[in-house]
Design a binder for this molecule. Structure first.
Ligand code: ADP
Ligand code: MG
Length: 306
């Protein structure tokens, strides 16, 4: 394609609500064979809400626990953190400043507040001891502790909800259940991609049960769950090594390395700055249909205009 035809396509993309940072990527976009979708904030709305707080221990009241956890989550940019903070605000809780805070990429957070040591996040965070070095054994909850709640956890996960585990001083004290609705056009968008002959993959840091439930609802068969940010990038590289030309769509800091490695990186405009800076295209609307429209535009412009 000529520089002129690329400019024309960049203009058309803009009319569709797609900002093209890298014109050459439009040419690559015409050759995409696989679209990798992040779950939280990409396939789902990214505005999760707390649906239930299951208390497992009476060493702290639910209100005090919510105050501690929300105070810690103030320092996280994760969508799950905003859900917990919103829940606390709805209950008129005033948040405090924690004594310390550590972000554990792809797993959750740890921190100390009023002398209480917390770990808040997924199952793998719960099983990890001595987090961050300076904070000792915040989590280190044994598998036995967790297995007692397996039934409840898999029930809410199979509804597509995310269980957030809370350990206080090394003891599992609560499970916060968080729901993030799937975008209205997600299933239609996956169908549109498939009918263009594209393979569609769901890639998420969330647990396998939740990921599977979401994938089923939108019609995705290929799911990779509980992947850490480096592993998201690794997955993209593996697909490329298998001969796929990969478009990655994501919104989070954790998606940035994968967005950079993909043949075409597509960021949600609602996403974090790091994701947007790492991507070739930015979608101004949250609609997923725009992805297949953009890829179709790229193919059309590369074949028609020479
Ligand atoms: P994704 O955006 O694909 O869900 P992340 O890598 O950001 O993946 O997070 C993976 C998992 O780690 C989340 O599903 C959640 O269980 C846990 N997690 C991450 N950050 C937080 C947080 N601030 N509070 C609670 N849990 C978190
Ligand atoms: Mg995300």
């Amino acid at each position: 394609a000529t520089p002129m035809s690329i400019m024309v396509s960049v203009g058309r993309a803009a009319q569709m609500g797609v900002l093209v940072r890298n014109g050459e990527a439009l040419q690559t976009a015409s050759k995409i064979t696989t679209v990798v979708l992040d779950k939280t904030g990409t396939v789902t709305q990214g505005s999760p809400e707390v649906t239930e707080i299951l208390m497992l221990d009476n060493s702290i009241s639910q209100l005090d626990l919510l105050e501690d956890v929300a105070s810690l989550e103030q320092h996280s940019e994760h969508p799950l953190a905003s859900a917990i903070i919103t829940k606390a605000k709805l209950q008129s809780i005033t948040l405090k400043e924690p004594d310390s805070f550590t972000n554990v990429q792809g797993k959750g957070i740890t921190g100390v507040i009023a002398g209480r040591h917390y770990a808040v996040g997924n199952m793998s965070l719960m099983q990890q001891a001595g987090l961050g070095g300076e904070i000792e054994a915040d989590a280190n909850v044994s598998v036995d502790d967790l297995s007692g709640y397996q039934q409840q956890v898999s029930e809410l996960a199979s509804k597509g909800q995310t269980p957030v585990f809370v350990a206080k001083d090394g003891v599992l004290v609560a499970i916060v259940s968080i729901a993030d609705p799937i975008k209205a056009d997600a299933a239609q968008a996956v169908q549109a991609m498939k009918s263009q002959g594209l393979k569609v993959v769901l890639l998420t840091g969330d647990n396998p049960l939740t990921a599977q439930a979401v994938a089923e609802k939108v019609g995705i068969e290929s799911v990779f769950a509980q992947v850490l940010p480096e592993q998201k990038q690794q997955k993209v590289l593996e697909l490329q090594q298998a001969g796929e030309v990969v478009a990655m769509v994501g919104d989070g800091i954790n998606d940035a390395p994968a967005l950079m490695s993909a043949d075409v990186g597509i960021a949600m405009g609602s996403g974090t700055e790091v994701a947007i800076e790492s991507a070739d295209f930015t979608l101004l609307s949250s609609r997923l249909m725009v992805i297949s429209d953009t890829l179709a535009l790229a193919r059309a412009s590369m074949t028609n205009i020479k």
